[in-house]
Design a protein around this ligand. Structure first.
Ligand code: ARG
Length: 603
């Protein structure tokens, strides 16, 4: 919670002021110490301020020889401040190492926070977005091309980013910039007409595969018969001119591909809000490019070079960006500019636009953003590229598949089969009672998808991923199934607790319950939930949520393994522990929801 940080900053600022030190409270760094023995919050303020003490020292400052001594004096001053305005949050303040000041939170505070989590049902009610509008553009696969495992990354990360923004008060528009336009459609149409059979593609379960095969065939034939390339070019021209046959086949390519993509989105539980949930693909901007080119011309931003039109950047900060080829053809970049002009006009000039696209397009997006600044459309902070690293494959089988393309559909099915197999293995060792809770396919899918999503989200997005089924599906380690499993554990405890009532526990809190070490470790994490979400949102980095949820899951598991929850059904202990279980389950569930991961009640 940002409010604790600011409370601590303000207390520290006052204490410093008492010593004659003028310090801005926001400049005081507050962190969670890595080791809980050092308290819940810590500041290095004494270390950073010490150097400025020397000049014009007041009598109060004179005798201070080391940062640690300064920390000691500051703590004395803090205590004086707190004696005037007592804090229910801080229980104890200590000094450690060369002069760190550590704050330990009070049990009362921790217990109250637990109650809040339970009362609010784990909802993070933050308003940092201030109802500002943001477009999150993600997934953006290409029509008649495979939905690759790289597209899986943008789909998962983009969705999580959109969820986080939404949870923190932003008005979020979810867009899909489908690659449904470009000269390749000339070749595709030629290939369908000459080597394909529309009916076969209609009836295929994997129409995109058929289209890709036709496209490969086109290139094979073109090596022997280069003139078909000209014919393909003709087809693209016809498509641009609105020729009905060209349009019909192009439209069919879109329908065939969307049929497959929509199945993937359904399994992944992904939705878009724009253009009736389909997203504005590149073709939507086909008729909106002329005005962009015109504006670029008017603003003297275009330079011709060998017949092509390019944008050059001041001081050649980036290589020039091509807007129009010498034959008058537009490009990917032209459509991106048209898309952003449309966004500015349609959603308002203050719109923030996030592109979740692989890191390999970094330079390209810098060029686009710079062009848009030159055009005066957006300020720097309105355009954000959230990038992700590539996948590498540990499993040789996957990387050597024909054409070196990994089809997402195959990965999804494989994930499902792995989960199913593991579930049935675990199942053999279970008692007959547990055997009744056989997981149904729907739940197995949630686990398989959760595993894949977690694997994508758990590390900084820009890092590359080495694809490893053992890691992805592990029930012991930092994996989606592990966190889902701890959630299911919480749920099964709560389900058995027939006489657990949240209201009674609130009274218990007033009785000043003293939590034991394991309970306290969980409590010390639960109150941080909104703070973590806020940070993840602020940095557009869902991995902070994963790191946190994994800690919550582990600490709950440690507690669960050491203490019984239900055995003392009537005691205060039991009531409190159920409450802790409830709070944990809510944080896990809400946290996973932000990541786009569904929970299962039994596992
Ligand atoms: N369709 C592109 C691809 O698969 C990604 C589009 C990214 N978004 C954008 N506005 N250019 O590589």
């Amino acid at each position: 919670m940002a409010s604790i940080t600011s409370e601590l900053q303000s207390v520290l600022q006052q204490a410093a002021q008492e010593m004659g030190l003028a310090i801005e409270s926001e400049s005081i760094e507050i962190e969670h110490p890595a080791d809980v023995l050092n308290g819940d919050y810590s500041t290095n303020m004494a270390l950073t301020v010490f150097s400025s003490l020397k000049k014009n020292a007041t009598p109060l400052q004179k005798n201070i020889q080391t940062p640690r001594a300064l920390a000691d004096v500051l703590v004395e001053e803090i205590k004086k401040v707190l004696s005037v305005t007592p804090s229910v949050v801080i229980n104890n303040i200590t000094v450690a190492g060369p002069g760190f000041i550590n704050f330990h939170l009070s049990d009362t505070f921790l217990l109250e926070e637990l109650s809040k989590v339970v009362q609010k049902r784990g909802e993070v009610l933050l308003q940092s977005g201030g109802a500002k509008k943001v477009i999150v553009e993600y997934s953006s696969p290409n029509i008649a091309k495979p939905f690759t495992i790289g597209h899986l990354r943008t789909t998962i990360i983009g969705d999580a980013v959109a969820n986080m923004l939404q949870a923190t008060g932003w008005h979020v528009f979810r867009d899909n910039h489908l690659g449904d336009w470009g000269t390749q459609f000339g070749k595709q149409i030629y290939a369908i007409k000459h080597y394909g059979n529309e009916e076969d593609i209609d009836n295929s379960d994997e129409p995109v595969k058929e289209l890709v095969n036709l496209y490969i065939r086109f290139h094979e034939e073109a090596e022997k018969n280069p003139e078909i390339v000209d014919e393909a070019r003709e087809w693209f021209k016809k498509l641009e001119m609105g020729d009905s046959e060209a349009r019909r086949l192009w439209k069919k390519c879109i329908d065939w591909s969307l049929k497959e993509f929509e199945r993937i989105y359904k399994v992944l539980n992904i939705t878009f809000t724009e253009n009736d949930g389909i997203g504005y693909g590149e073709s939507f901007f086909e008729d909106k490019m002329t005005s962009v080119i015109q504006e670029l011309q008017e603003k003297k931003l275009l330079t011709s070079s060998e017949g092509a039109q390019l944008v050059f950047f001041p001081a050649d900060k980036y290589p020039p960006l091509m807007i129009m080829k010498k034959d008058g053809a537009t490009l990917y970049a032209t459509r991106d500019l048209a898309a952003d002009k449309f966004r500015k006009d349609h959603y308002g000039k203050d719109i923030v636009i996030i592109n979740e696209v692989g890191g390999e397009q970094s330079l390209y997006f810098q060029q686009i953003y710079a062009t848009e600044q030159l055009l005066g459309w957006f300020t720097k902070d309105q355009r954000i590229h959230v990038k992700h690293g590539m996948y590498r494959f540990k499993d040789k089988k996957m990387s050597t598949r024909k054409g070196n393309v990994v089809w997402l559909n195959d990965v999804l099915i494989e994930a499902f089969e792995h989960v199913k197999e593991r579930a049935s293995q675990a199942h053999i060792q279970k008692t007959s009672d547990e055997r009744n809770s056989v997981l149904r396919d729907g739940e197995l899918w949630k686990i398989a998808v959760g595993a894949l999503k977690w694997n994508d989200l758990k590390r900084e997005a820009i890092k590359e991923i080495i694809f490893d089924w053992d890691e992805i599906l592990s029930l012991q380690g930092n994996s989606g199934p592990y966190v889902q499993y701890v959630y299911a554990r919480c749920r099964s405890v709560l389900e058995k607790a027939t006489n657990y009532e949240e209201k009674n526990v609130l009274d218990l809190m007033k009785m000043q319950y003293i939590p034991n070490t394991e309970e306290k470790t969980v409590l010390r994490l639960l109150y941080q939930f909104s703070e973590v979400v806020e940070r993840a949102q602020h940095e557009l980095a869902p991995h902070f949520i994963c790191t946190y949820l994994f800690e919550v899951a582990q600490s709950f598991n440690t507690f669960y393994n050491k203490h019984s929850i239900l055995d003392e059904a009537s005691s205060d202990h039991s009531a409190f522990r159920l409450h802790l279980t409830k709070g944990t389950s809510l944080v896990l569930q809400k946290g996973l929801e932000l990541l786009g991961i569904q929970t299962v009640e039994k596992m």
